[in-house]
Design a protein around this ligand. Structure first.
Ligand code: FES
Length: 127
């Protein structure tokens, strides 16, 4: 597993319930870099690959905003697909029934970590 400091994504306080997500990169074992985002929903922290299941474009168009106005769905900024924040399942739009790719994360001592053993996480220019 990567060193703890390498797995740090952000402070817990950076993630407000149904608020702006924090983007980060994962470097997979293959060496490929994947964009991901982490957010808080109903008190829990979730993370997914930042890639819509309709067309592989970033969900948030680089600004970290992924929740719809209700705060209960993630919305793709391209064509408006709606995803359940806790399951990643698409419940409306062209990719209905498909799921976002989850990224295991944890929250410890006021910090949010990526838990993928083969991943190296770092903050993008988010703050
Ligand atoms: S690219 Fe996301 S709904 Fe079309």
């Amino acid at each position: 597993m990567a060193e703890t400091a390498d797995r740090l994504i952000c402070a817990s306080a950076d993630l407000v319930d149904s608020g702006k997500s924090v983007r980060f990169d994962i470097t997979a074992a293959s060496g490929r870099t994947v964009s991901a985002l982490v957010f808080r929903y109903q008190g829990q922290v979730f993370a997914y690959h930042n890639s819509c299941r309709h067309i592989p474009v970033e969900l948030d168009l680089a600004d970290g905003e992924v929740f719809d106005l209700t705060g209960h769905y993630l919305v793709c900024s391209m064509h408006g697909a709606l995803y359940q924040p806790d399951s990643g399942r698409c419940v409306g739009g062209p990719c209905r029934g498909q799921r976002l790719t989850p990224v295991p994360v944890s929250e410890q001592n006021g910090q949010v970590f990526c838990e993928t053993a083969t991943a190296h996480c770092h903050m993008e220019n988010q703050r």
